[in-house]
Design a protein around this ligand. Structure first.
Ligand SMILES: Nc1ncnc2c1ncn2[C@@H]1O[C@H](COP(=O)(O)OP(=O)(O)OP(=O)(O)O)[C@@H](O)[C@H]1O
Length: 272
């Protein structure tokens, strides 16, 4: 059997006396695109930070320390690990919006995904194969016309699409997105979701999407993890996780959930 891409085993994380993740265990095999859903402060970003090695499992009072294995390994040099993953976070988007990083062109920024670097001086020397991959990634996010523009001249929606191209240019096995539609208007969001949908359908990378919004989970993403106060409240098939009962309990509100025929979900708060 294939080694799972991600195995988190009995991990707790404490920060400043507060326990922000509680005995979390999650296993994500290849091709199991997974949405991590939960209310504000439930620990979604902290879970992703375990994957990117921004957070490590804490040692608990009884001496126990959980493990995080990525591609079968628990010891990773952070820079090497980042090259195995595509990552899109609001913080990264911000970093690419100004200063020397913001003055990179779309093509240069996408090329920097090969080395997981943030400045063109540290970027790769681009050979033919890489140039083709850069073109394909830029096409996937529908940015070919703007490829020579610098990032600081792009709208948030356009820059976010460039971040996707940068994250996938080297065809990583794992593609992680943290609330990627934050700050996008209706049209930019719809376009962004269409791009995510096309990437999940290719199945080349396994996507882990952190979101508050059920209606952002692409149809081909069939697995959900529900996080509640740092604990896993559910981990399983989307059709069983995204029920009105579970979602209402998670968000402490009456929520109607509609599984649509096209595979997308809609949720609406029942204010009655
Ligand atoms: N570095 C830190 N130091 C102290 N507390 C932290 C730290 N990082 C996160 N927390 C706390 O851990 C909890 C979970 O935070 P996290 O950002 O993972 O939640 P989230 O589900 O991603 O929230 P949101 O949806 O609002 O982004 C919050 O109560 C937060 O204040």
């Amino acid at each position: 059997m294939d080694t799972p891409l991600i195995e988190i085993d009995d991990v707790s994380v404490f920060r400043e006396q507060t326990q922000i993740l509680r005995e979390v265990s999650v296993r994500i095999p290849r091709k199991r695109h997974t949405a991590v859903l939960g209310p504000n402060g439930s620990g979604k970003s902290s879970l992703l930070k375990l994957l990117t090695r921004d957070f490590y499992p804490s040692v608990e009072k009884r001496g126990h320390q959980g493990t995080v294995r990525i591609l079968g390994e628990s010891e990773w040099e952070v820079s090497k690990l980042r090259r195995q993953m595509g990552i899109v976070t609001p913080a990264l988007d911000y970093e690419f919006s100004f200063g020397r990083t913001g003055r990179m062109t779309v093509s240069e920024a996408v090329a920097s995904g090969f080395t997981a670097t943030r400045l063109k001086e540290f970027g790769p020397s681009v050979d033919h194969t890489m140039a083709d991959a850069i073109d394909r990634a830029i096409e996937t996010v529908q940015m070919s016309d703007l490829r020579h523009r610098t990032l600081d001249t792009l709208s948030t929606g356009e820059r976010r699409r460039v971040m996707i191209a940068r994250a996938i240019v080297h065809q990583p096995k794992i593609f992680v997105l943290d609330e990627p539609t934050n700050g996008l208007d209706m049209t930019a969001r719809a376009m962004f979701l269409e791009i995510l949908e096309s990437i999940t359908m290719q199945d080349a990378m396994t996507m882990v999407l952190v979101t508050h919004h059920l209606d952002e989970i692409p149809p081909a993403m069939n697995h959900v993890v529900l996080l509640d106060c740092g604990r896993i409240a559910f981990d399983g098939p989307k059709s069983e996780g995204l029920t009105a009962t579970r979602i209402s309990s998670l968000f402490r509100a009456h929520v109607d959930v509609d599984a649509r025929a096209d595979g997308w979900y809609r949720a609406e708060m029942d204010r009655g």
